[in-house]
Write a protein that binds this ligand. Structure first.
Ligand SMILES: NC(=O)c1ccc[n+]([C@@H]2O[C@H](COP(=O)([O-])OP(=O)(O)OC[C@H]3O[C@@H](n4cnc5c(N)ncnc54)[C@H](O)[C@@H]3O)[C@@H](O)[C@H]2O)c1
Length: 352
């Protein structure tokens, strides 16, 4: 492995999962948090996750001990001084990320590779916040990091190609499927996914029943309907991602629906707040109060799925990613049963 010693900054939802992936892959890993309480939460997340894996028979107790033995937890950034690679996974705020990278500039080795797990900020802009922009690469894991196979590797105009290659093969050695692409809002997976989710919210705003929209897309084999998925992701996060993609694409399909803005401004953020498009029995629960069976409509499905397939076709034709990348992004990153290019092939409307 090119990176034997790795650091992770921020051990929340993503960072704790990434630290576990690294330790499972045999990597000496240091996890950094902002204070002792957050550090303890991060440690507990990894301990509980690996304990569940033992209970389910997916990991032996001995293997779990080895994984935990590869992890060190600290609130001191200077503990990152010997790391080959440091992955930042703090909240999606450019000022906070800039502050973290300024700290990393001070403590990391000059030859260390720096990475960000951002999902919607510009990797190029984050690189601008370091004194070594050529060392920065985007490494976008999906949630939950231990389970999801896709990792988008994003290079900025200033990233050194050898760093990008080294991170790509490192991620592959960890058992993940890397898709390496340039810096563009939403990268591959979110760009395509939100081209489906955004219009689903717009359609709900026009009065089409949310249950019918969800039922229509589930009929295509999607793991859940788009509005249920937005509630799961968090409507505030969905709004941020759509705004960033819309600023880049200018497409009316990426324009956040007024209904989405209204829900967010009311504090209806989805499952985590107990209500979003649907009402849940309590905050954090996935149980819908008074669920209504939706009616699937092929017309509604095509209205949303057809343009999504066209987005993927255009993305591949523009040279941004390969057909295999687009399919990997949607199957391995978003859990779709079939990738968009494979779907176009099935329809007989794709020329390789
Ligand atoms: N949640 C997702 O589904 C998801 C998926 C892919 C990528 N991402 C991206 O991953 C990043 C992290 O998201 P998350 O959902 O894990 O956030 P989170 O809020 O769950 O975790 C962030 C962690 O960073 C810590 N932190 C804050 N300031 C810090 C500092 N100065 N130094 C060290 N630690 C600090 C916090 O204490 C917290 O534990 C974001 O850029 C997000 O866009 C999130």
């Amino acid at each position: 492995m090119a990176f034997g010693k790795v650091g992770v900054v921020g051990l929340g939802t993503m960072g704790a999962g990434i630290a576990e992936v690294l330790a499972r892959g045999g990597i000496d890993t240091v996890g950094i948090e902002v204070n002792e309480a957050a550090l303890e939460r991060g440690r507990t997340t990894v301990e509980n996750s690996t304990a569940r894996a033992v209970t389910r028979g997916r990991l032996t107790e001995e293997a779990r001990e080895q994984i935990l033995g590869r992890l060190t937890f600290s609130t001191d950034f200077t503990d990152l001084g010997d790391r080959d690679l440091v992955i930042e996974a703090v909240p999606e705020l450019i000022d906070l990320k800039a502050k973290v990278f300024a700290q990393l500039d001070k403590v990391c080795r000059p030859d260390a590779v720096l990475a960000t797990n951002t999902s919607s900020l510009s990797v190029t802009e984050i690189a601008g916040a370091t004194t070594r922009p050529e060392s920065l690469v985007g490494v976008h894991f999906f949630n939950p990091a231990v389970v999801m196979k896709l990792v988008e590797i994003i290079y900025s105009e200033r990233s050194r190609p050898e760093h990008v290659e080294a991170v790509t093969s490192f991620v592959r050695d960890l058992g993940k499927v890397p898709v390496t692409i340039g810096d563009r809002a939403g990268f591959v997976a979110n760009r395509l996914l939100f081209g489906l989710l955004g219009p689903a919210a717009q359609l709900a705003e026009t009065g089409v029943a949310k249950e019918d929209i969800d039922a229509s897309l589930k009929e295509l084999g999607l793991p859940m309907g788009p509005l249920t998925l937005m509630d799961l992701i968090g409507l505030d996060t969905c709004l941020e991602v759509l705004e960033s993609i819309h600023a880049d694409s200018g497409s009316p399909r990426h324009e956040p629906a007024g209904l989405l803005r209204k829900l967010v401004s009311e504090g209806s953020l989805g499952r985590k707040s107990g209500g979003g498009f649907y009402t849940y029995d309590r905050a954090g629960s996935g149980t819908v109060v008074a669920p209504v069976e939706g009616t699937a409509s092929a017309e509604v499905a095509e209205q949303l799925y057809g343009p999504y397939l066209q987005d993927a076709a255009e993305m591949v034709k523009s040279g941004y990613c390969t057909a295999d990348d687009a399919d990997a992004a949607m199957t391995l990153g978003c859990g779709f049963p079939v990738g968009p290019i494979a779907a176009l092939r099935e329809r007989g409307t794709w020329q390789d």
